[in-house]
Design a protein around this ligand. Structure first.
Ligand SMILES: Cc1ncc(COP(=O)(O)O)c(C=O)c1O
Length: 433
């Protein structure tokens, strides 16, 4: 058997499995997906990205509104039906006797889930902690690192507010120095970005905080280059992967970072309220748990999971989302979502008064693109898109960034993108002056 054939059979088995669990609908849908997959098996991810029949089957695996167009998947993403059903199933089971079914039955799923996440992330299972979101994952590290008065952390004004606030609190409480750089995105030059971080380093710098994909405008940061530069100077790097994990086709081990935190309810489409923390094995012992543990200085990653009573249904639903993601294929997913972004952005790019705030080069963006129309505030554009066209987006006004952020997902269709292009073009045409 050829390698391609072997890979195809493996993928087909995974994707059929992603649908086979419950209803007749799912079984019928599994067949449709199997058929769609067979039709594109010989194509490259870039070619598959343009195949509406294939993505139509995936779109039907979601239950998103057919009336309102959801283009703020960067905020939070819906789960496919199989994931929703798994959560409902586990919830019903939990309520048959929570202390028995949650703590004795569902809890047994956590170690297999850890292994599954590790496989997806390209790490050791013993480096993965399952938690509730990126804020919890990254705050665990930010508050847990043994930084002391005068230690410097280099970060940026374009990082996510919850992480900026955590460093600010450590500055107030412990006297660390939170140095914030500022970037004018888009930037299409890795070396320029790395140099800004490198130039800010002093003998007191202990940590660099990097947002892998800048959530406001979708800029992809050269994480590995920043990590290699930092490590050469003995500095650690923490990566906010909220917008990269489950979207870009990478392994955490590719990044060369020391700490990584992400939500799973964005591009992975896991149940809402799920996240993951990764710490390089030899660094686990020195990070204090955010909450408590009987051995807080142990090297066991599970010390970060002592969060009290949690939602077992949500946690166990993550496994179904991983099945679903693997069935599509990481690279195919990345290329499809990038294709959707390029499709609408390249069509409005030259419309008078329209301005993009994101690079369209594949190395620098994927799902997210920022857009403005001269003569309108981001809030006005966001309002116009929803008011007349029922297109839901989000307006961004933070630091030096002002735009409307558009984020499609795997369930978004080209017909949706055509409607978006029409809406932006018409709105731009109504602006006087
Ligand atoms: C870059 C980035 N980091 C962290 C977060 C926080 O994610 P969560 O709300 O899942 O904690 C977000 C949320 O949008 C984000 O965009």
């Amino acid at each position: 058997m050829t390698n391609n054939r072997r890979l195809f059979l493996k993928q087909a088995a995974v994707l059929t499995g992603a649908f086979s669990a419950t209803s007749l609908f799912n079984q019928a849908h599994a067949e449709a997906w199997h058929e769609a997959e067979q039709k594109v098996a010989h194509l490259t991810p870039q070619q598959v990205a343009e195949d509406e029949d294939f993505w139509g089957v995936i779109q039907r695996a979601y239950s998103v509104s057919t009336n309102i167009m959801i283009l703020n998947n960067g905020g939070v993403s819906p789960s496919p039906i199989v994931v929703q059903e798994a959560v409902e199933r586990y919830n019903k089971l939990a309520n048959e006797g929570p202390s028995y079914f949650m703590w004795r039955i569902l809890d047994q799923g956590r170690e297999p889930l850890r292994e599954k996440l590790a496989l997806l992330a390209g790490t050791l299972a013993d480096e993965i902690a399952v938690n509730r979101n990126a804020t919890e994952a990254l705050n665990t590290i930010i508050y847990g690192l043994p930084l002391t008065k005068g230690d410097e952390v280099i970060a940026t004004r374009q990082d996510y507010p919850h992480m900026r606030q955590a460093y600010h609190q450590r500055a107030l409480r412990d006297g660390i120095v939170h140095k914030e750089l500022s970037f004018d995105f888009p930037i299409e030059n890795d070396e320029q970005i790395v140099k800004v971080y490198a130039d800010a380093i002093t003998p007191k710098t202990k940590l660099i905080h990097v947002t892998h994909v800048i959530n406001w405008v979708g800029q992809i940061m050269p994480v590995r280059k920043i990590c290699d530069m930092a490590h050469a100077k003995g500095i650690e790097v923490i990566v906010d992967g909220a917008h990269s994990f489950g979207l870009l086709d990478f392994k955490i081990s590719d990044l060369h970072c020391d700490y990584f935190g992400t939500s799973l309810h964005k591009f992975l489409s896991a149940p809402i309220g799920s996240g993951m923390l990764w710490i390089k094995k030899e660094k686990i012992a020195k990070v204090w748990p955010l909450l408590c543990d009987d051995n807080p200085q142990s090297g066991d990653i599970r010390k970060f999971e002592n969060i009290g009573t949690r939602s077992f249904p949500i946690e166990q639903g993550i496994g179904e989302a991983i099945n679903f993601h693997l069935a599509i294929g990481s690279k195919r997913k990345e290329e499809r979502i990038r294709y959707l972004k390029d499709y609408w952005a390249s069509r409005v790019q030259h419309v008078p008064k329209v301005k993009l705030h994101t690079s369209l080069k594949p190395a620098y963006s994927c799902a997210i693109c920022g857009v403005t129309i001269d003569g309108m505030t981001p809030q006005e554009l966001d309002g116009a898109l929803f008011g007349k066209y029922k297109i839901h987006t989000t307006s961004i006004v933070i630091e030096n960034i002002k735009c409307v952020r558009i984020t499609p997902h795997v369930y978004t269709t080209i017909a949706d993108m055509d409607k978006l292009v029409k809406a932006i073009t018409e709105i731009a045409g109504t602006v006087k002056g």
